[in-house]
Design a protein around this ligand. Structure first.
Ligand code: IMP
Ligand code: MG
Length: 176
């Protein structure tokens, strides 16, 4: 069962707020946005449409092994960037920070390529679930535990096309 968590309006508001703070931090500077596939494709496309800086967009895909609802910790790059990172303002755009393991590996990897600046922009932060030290510099929503889908975010590849964000709830036969 899906319960609506954020409407189109909530999302548009968050995206605009994030875009304004990015513009404030990088006045007139070029930014290379790194869209982490697949989950952040929709978020990235809305975010960059709201940013007036000279911008480049590139894509990266990593896979982690583990249970469907939890990332496993081991990460392999299945599609690397085509753009050079060295000397550039990098903003990694991610759908969700959960344990932080995915972004920690990506941050370490991209920072070793000597960017000028390195920031993380995440739509959703599940702060209480963090297992490693990584923080979003720009965060849309902070939530407690719970599995979310929609707006690019999937459960077993389903629901990415939904324009709003939902929480997946277990079906309960008994009512309390
Ligand atoms: P982390 O490595 O534990 O921080 O996990 C981050 C990745 O796990 C995200 O990029 C998502 O792909 C996935 N993930 C974490 N929480 C959710 C969720 O609630 N819904 C869908 N995917 C999630
Ligand atoms: Mg992901």
């Amino acid at each position: 069962m899906l319960r609506k968590l954020y409407t189109k309006k909530d999302i548009a508001g968050a995206v605009k707020r994030l875009a304004r703070s990015i513009e404030r931090d990088f006045p007139g500077e070029e930014i290379l946005f790194v869209c982490l596939l697949k989950g952040s494709f929709m978020f990235t496309s809305d975010l960059v449409r709201n940013i007036r800086n000279p911008s480049k967009i590139d894509f990266m895909r990593v896979s982690s092994y583990g249970k469907a609802m939890k990332s496993g910790g081991k990460i392999t790059v299945t599609k690397d960037l085509e753009e050079d990172v060295e000397g550039k303002n990098i903003i990694v755009v991610e759908d969700i920070i959960d344990s932080g393991l995915t972004l920690k590996s990506i941050s370490d990897m991209l920072k070793s390529r000597n960017p000028k600046t390195f920031k993380i922009c995440a739509l959703i932060d599940k702060k209480v679930r963090r297992e490693v030290d990584v923080e979003g510099d720009y965060v849309g929503f902070t939530i407690e535990d719970g599995f979310v889908v929609g707006y690019g975010i999937d459960y077993a590849e389903q629901y990415r096309n939904y324009p709003e964000i939902y929480v997946v709830e277990e079906n309960r036969n008994e009512k309390h």
